[in-house]
Design a protein around this ligand. Sequence first.
Ligand code: FMN
Length: 305
Amino acid sequence: MDLATDICGIPLASPVLNGSGTFDAIAARRAFGDAVIEEFPFAAYVSKTITRHPRAGNPPHRLWETPSGMINSIGLPNPGLDDFLTGILLEFVELPVPLIVSVMADSAEEFTELVEAVSAVPGVGGIELNVSCPNVHSGLIVGEQPVETEALMKTLRPLTGLPMIIKLTPNVANPHEVAVAAEAGGADAISLINTLKAVAIDPAHRRAWLGAGAGGLSGPAIRPVALAQVRAVSQAVEIPVVGMGGIDDGESALDFILAGARVVAVGTENFRDPRAGIEVRNGLTGALERRGFASLADAQASTLS
Ligand SMILES: Cc1cc2nc3c(=O)[nH]c(=O)nc-3n(C[C@H](O)[C@H](O)[C@H](O)COP(=O)(O)O)c2cc1C
């Protein structure tokens, strides 16, 4: 079955992307060789979020395994914009799939610098605005507030002709209100969900396990929450939705498409299986056939009763 599709003008060989920060294409190439590039697991590559200045990330511990998921408090370690532009970005643009660069900032000025600099690099196909990371307080502020989200989008929209995807936080009562504001501000697509605010208790001491105190829950544990939010958001906006949260096979990917996502992203499952993107893509064909769809487009166009 032909799985070719697109997201806001970016052509895709299948509807399966990676979630930002969950697949290090360069480390994977180092570990597994050029085979990773030749059979790249995703139809587009979403890079880990970068910020204007370098970040070391949060103190350890940074990970905690839960039933059906994990909590991370990685805290967006990254080289900062300048080193990104002269370093890993040059490797990312060589990947055989469209590149979407994820950026985050704690002010409109820094977002502006990031968007302008990244847009100027040939080979960048789109920009994802991370306003949803639960580990960084400044990210929460914009993504929790429809008014701030719309204002940020209106500032950034004129700066680039590239598609802009805004990644929402699930840690709000009504994510569709933020999505509607993002659309009004000029966003080309919405992606969700990022991780859910979570805490683990150190089994041996009277303290939180994670160095940052709290982190973000991901993996199959969050899938029903993600499906609910994807459904609510896709009913509220006209722009396409990138659905994610606990996708680990073709069936769960199809669930997101039926909930209203145009395309999906695989996150935590990549840590268990670096070929997860391929498994999900191959599994999606069987899932579509089993549920009686003649094509991906049929599933994308269908609505739940
Ligand atoms: C270790 C880890 C790092 C992540 N880093 C980022 C990031 O840099 N930027 C971002 O927007 N989302 C980040 N995420 C969130 C994922 O992209 C995704 O939205 C979330 O994990 C839900 O999908 P999943 O359940 O399939 O993992 C990260 C998630 C994990 C588990």
